[in-house]
Design a protein around this ligand. Structure first.
Ligand code: GLC
Ligand code: GLC
Length: 636
């Protein structure tokens, strides 16, 4: 246990022993204040993790030295915000892109800034752009050096120039903090292979018995890559923990040397201009024999300790959680002192579930339980991302609705991969597990929503429905509290692309079906009136503009409204001056509801922000096929 006295004594000793001469005078007093504020918690967290190690103090001192050193790096101009915190504002609109697929390279990306501005994007996630193995790098998530930009994309200087250009246009930069693993070409792995005992302790190297024991309780993430979580390494004569691909070696956070070294890498990303760090695969960072090795209490301690380092060294930066796990576990990462932002994978998956079943009970019941998160944190709401769709929800909730979780997941996988008669979707399966039948789904928004199939069959009604599904999903995401996040290409209805099948380094990873290079031709089609692409693009632009123009979208209030119909998803948001009612019909049937808009909003003076021309009746609400409305009160 640390008493306040011990903490103080340790801090005094550290401050005497580390070199603070690099901290610029004008930054010293703020830095000292933050030390006083956050050191006690950081120390407590480090002691919880590493207190039993005889060298714990040395690591604590090295850590503080690193945080102090960071104060000497030149500060970047950041984006100013009128909302505090910025991510709760209606201005926050995100997009995730691969640098090469979206713009060729970092220089090309500067030229695409006007395109992002035109859409209204103010938050740009660049998929990992660091040095990585040449053949297969898991789309950049196998990092060989956090401090070097992948030469195919540019240089560190280009990255800095890009962050400056983005900041100047009011766009925040999101970079990946891939801290669960490194690539097997990282200098730490190379040193380990060369026999350096320090770096051998950076990774999880096991004997066969231990590997078997761990495997018996751990979920397989990429079962088509390899069974179990380990990869045999001939040089070391050990099994190496590799949760994902065999070339992605898991770091061992039970070793304080790893934590302290990774903090340095993290601060480098901050010095390149990152405003948000996306904590990749954070659920996996702490392992204990006999457990599932996901979401363990100490994983939270590790992340909170990283967050404290950030608050001490670079308080302007926030964390975003990438936990694609059970909803209750997802929410545990979302705290002001852990991850201020998080993907909302539950809402994402259940919107697709609702479109498949035309019913919204599971979506409603799940949002009722899981949507609320602490003040000062926000969801990142999305429909598609660069990864697969996994059917994560709470089986206790589905069981209460009479839905068998296992069977229902099987149905959804069939529905979205063309193995269910009558389905509108064109998707492909990802990582089918031959042992338990688990599977996930890949595909672009347009292909999964039915555009691809409608185009193939030339069925005009099918096309209309497909476009309505897309408008509906976007309208829900852009009206939900949090940051709406677009995935590159989905804003112009890009379809699935099979080209990856001819590339040996991608063939086995069907996520590449929805990772297509954006061509100038794609962008031109999106401008051609009458095309599905142009429809999708102009609707998204319009929704973003409406969102930014109406204060109610910046409110944190969110009340689900359970209408009498099992096909609707509806919620209410309000400020002191206005109320917004969002209603979506997840079926292709016209619905006559019992409720009227006036009753639901408590006012008869209403307009639909999405259809301002249409008069709103006072009688019971009628919803068209996949109809979606943003009913907003009018003053006066
Ligand atoms: C995250 C990434 C995914 C990657 C995995 C391993 O889930 O989003 O693309 O494969 O982590 O880094
Ligand atoms: C993530 C998730 C998994 C996801 C994968 C990338 O960390 O846990 O569900 O599909 O990595 O494919």
């Amino acid at each position: 246990m640390n008493t306040a006295y011990e903490t103080r004594k340790t801090l005094d000793l550290i401050l005497r022993e580390i070199d603070l001469s690099g901290v610029p005078a004008r930054r010293m007093s703020a830095f000292r204040k933050r030390i006083d504020l956050y050191f006690p918690d950081l120390f407590a967290h480090m002691m919880e993790l590493y207190g039993t190690r005889y060298d714990a103090y040395v690591h604590m001192r090295t850590l503080m030295q690193g945080l102090a050193r960071h104060q000497a790096t030149p500060a970047m101009r950041r984006v100013k915000s009128t909302t505090e915190p910025w991510f709760e504002g209606r201005e926050a609109v995100g997009m995730a892109v691969y640098v090469d697929l979206f713009a060729g390279d970092l220089k090309g990306l500067i030229d695409r800034i006007p395109y992002l501005e035109d859409l209204g994007v103010t938050y740009l996630h660049l998929m990992p752009l660091y040095l990585a193995p040449e053949a297969n790098s898991d789309g950049g998530y196998a990092v060989s050096d956090y401090r070097t930009v992948n030469p195919a994309l540019g240089t560190n200087k280009d990255l800095k120039a890009l962050s400056r250009a983005l900041h100047a246009r009011g766009i925040r930069l999101v970079l990946d903090f891939v801290f669960n693993h490194t690539s097997d070409e990282h200098r730490w792995v190379r040193a380990a292979l060369d026999g350096d005992p320090r770096y051998q302790q950076f990774y999880f190297l096991c004997d066969p018995d231990d590997a078997d024991a761990y495997n018996s309780t751990v979920r397989e993430i990429f079962p088509q890559v390899r069974r179990g979580s380990f990869t045999w390494n001939e040089t070391l004569g050990k099994h190496v923990w590799t949760t994902f691909n065999s070339f992605q070696w898991d770091l061992n956070y039970a070793n304080p040397d790893v934590f302290v070294s990774v903090v340095d890498e993290m601060l480098h990303l901050v010095s390149m201009g990152a405003d948000v760090l996306r904590l990749d695969a954070l659920a996996f960072v702490w392992k204990e024999m006999g457990t599932v090795c996901e979401n363990l209490p100490k994983a939270h301690t590790v992340i909170q300790a990283f967050n404290l380092c950030l608050k001490l060294a670079a308080p302007e930066v926030v964390f975003k959680s990438e936990a694609i796990v059970h909803p209750d576990e997802v929410n545990r990462y979302i705290r002001r002192d852990e991850c201020e932002l998080s993907y909302n994978p539950l809402m994402m998956a259940l919107m697709w579930e609702s479109l498949a079943t035309r019913r919204t009970e599971l979506l409603n019941a799940s949002m009722e339980r899981s949507f609320a998160i602490p003040e000062g944190t926000a969801w990142v709401n999305y429909i598609r991302c660069h990864d697969d769709i996994g059917w994560m929800w709470d089986d206790a909730i589905s069981a209460r609705l009479g839905i068998d979780g296992y069977g229902h997941r099987q149905f959804l996988n069939r529905f979205y991969t063309g193995r269910f008669e009558g389905s509108f979707a064109s998707g492909v399966p990802f990582q089918e597990n031959p042992t338990n039948g688990d599977c996930r789904v890949c595909g672009t928004l347009a292909s999964l929503a039915g555009v691809e199939q409608a185009q193939q069959t030339g069925n005009a009604l099918a096309m209309e429905h497909a476009l309505r599904r897309i408008d509906l999903l976007n309208a829900v995401v852009f009206a939900t509290p949090g940051i709406p996040l677009l995935y590159q290409g989905d804003e112009i209805g890009v379809l699935n692309d099979d080209a990856y099948l001819t590339d040996p380094s991608k063939r086995e990873d069907s996520r590449w079906v929805h990772r297509k290079a954006l061509t100038d031709a794609d962008l031109t089609t999106a401008q051609a009136p009458g095309t599905p692409q142009a429809h999708i693009h102009s609707e998204i632009r319009r929704m973003i503009a409406i969102r930014k123009a109406n204060a109610v979208f910046g409110s944190s209030s969110f009340d689900l409204i359970r209408l009498a119909s099992p096909h609707t998803f509806a919620f209410l948001r309000e400020t002191d001056a206005a109320r917004l009612l969002v209603v979506a019909n997840f079926s292709e049937h016209t619905l006559s509801l019992e409720e009227s808009v006036a009753d639901l909003l408590g006012s008869a003076k209403v307009m639909d922000l999405l259809a301002p021309e249409t008069a709103i009746g006072t009688g019971p609400l009628r919803l068209d096929a996949y109809g979606v409305h943003w009913f907003h009160t009018i003053r006066g």
